[in-house]
Ligand binder design. Structure first.
Ligand code: KG4
Ligand code: ZN
Length: 346
């Protein structure tokens, strides 16, 4: 690389929840390496993420994970990358701080720019990494353990909030129902696996707000599952799981489809951990085919937390807004900033 051309490669670091991840993304958003160390086994016996344990595990895992990401990317230059990006929120504060401190230290040691990334924007960039030739505008359904939002993306970095959950996130509903049904942790994949053997029409669970706007509500559905199991303890678990999953996916796809029709979106993009759900992926693809729009369904690796999406979002933020100050702190409640009328709410 010549002295005048800045190195476009970005090291991304992600420690907002229970995945310790590092990745290097180069020019044209090419993923040069992506390493994810999952803490699932550590938290499984507690039935959920234990923040204190997550923070300590990130401390142990992050240095070797970063070293492996640099090695796999063949990042041998001095400095090895052109910038360092890190998730600064939302997430668990103790976990976020581990990533932030490491990212700042590396940026200072290598004398390269440092940039903080919103985890939710990272999930949106995951789709860009998988589908570089997107056409705008797009409706993005971002469904994770902490968030359920329907966003109109008018272009890179231009987001309009259409709706969001009023109570539980979709992933949270999957996790809680899985725990109640004794299916273990993490709940989403467990319900997905169990539902394969069940009858999705066995129980007619409520679809809250189905025909009413773009907001979501899943807490009534969760309560309905608990009541049904209490009343009919012999009901096959697979039937309950399949009927629950059917209700969640029905609401998600119905609203996303209505949002696309209302906004003239050219496609539907799924993002976040719940986008790994097999029924959601299938139904989203069927709906898009029927409506003649593009279905942008990310690979499984790009649905769940990873650092390639953080590096890609950081690369764009850096070009667009410049570096973040080294005084940047962790914000556990950071939300996306929206353009347009909806932005006043956030
Ligand atoms: O995006 P993510 O990895 O972390 C957060 O930022 O929250 O999402 C994790 C969530 C968990 O609630 C998990 O149960 C859910 O995604 N999930 C799934 C599936 N795989 C992961 N939910 C339904 N079906 C799946 N196959
Ligand atoms: Zn996430």
């Amino acid at each position: 690389m010549s002295a005048s051309a800045p190195d476009p490669s970005v090291l991304g670091i992600e420690t907002s929840c229970d995945e310790t991840a590092a990745a290097v993304v180069g020019a044209d958003r090419r993923i040069l390496s992506s390493v994810v160390a999952s803490q699932v086994d550590l938290h499984a016996r507690f039935g959920g993420v234990v923040p204190e344990l997550a923070g300590r595990a990130h401390l142990e895992l992050l240095t070797p994970v970063v070293a492996e990401a640099l090695e796999r990317a063949d990042a041998l230059g001095r400095p090895p990358v052109g910038a360092v990006a890190v998730t600064c929120g939302p997430g668990l504060v103790g976990s976020l701080l581990v990533g932030l401190s490491q990212a700042k230290a590396l940026a200072m040691a290598w004398d390269v720019p440092f940039v903080g990334v919103n985890h939710l924007e990272g999930h949106l960039f995951a789709s860009l990494l998988d589908h570089p030739d997107l056409e705008w505008p797009l409706v993005v359904l971002l469904v994770s353990g902490g968030h359920t939002v329907l966003v109109l993306v008018e272009g890179v970095g231009r987001y309009r909030l259409l709706g969001q959950t009023l109570d539980d996130a979709a992933g949270e509903a999957f996790d809680k129902v899985a725990r109640y049904l004794g299916l273990g942790y993490p709940g989403g994949p467990a319900v997905d696996r169990e539902a394969v053997h069940g009858d999705p029409g066995a129980f007619s669970f409520p679809r809250a707000l189905l025909d009413d706007g773009y907001d979501f509500s899943f807490s009534g559905l969760k309560t309905a599952v608990v009541r049904t199991v209490d009343k009919t303890p012999d009901a096959p678990t697979a039937d309950v799981a399949a009927s629950f999953q059917e209700a969640v996916v029905d609401v998600l796809v119905t609203k996303a489809r209505r949002a696309m029709a209302a906004t003239g979106a050219k496609g539907l993009c799924l993002a976040g951990g719940v986008a790994a759900n097999s029924l959601l992926r299938r139904r989203a693809e069927e709906a898009c085919r029927a409506d003649g729009v593009a279905a942008l369904v990310p690979s499984l690796a790009m649905c769940t937390d990873n650092a390639a999406m953080v590096a890609a979002a950081g690369q764009w933020r850096l070009a667009h807004d410049g570096p973040s100050p080294l005084s940047l702190g962790a914000d556990p409640n950071l939300f996306l900033s929206f353009t347009g009328q909806s932005s006043s709410d956030h």
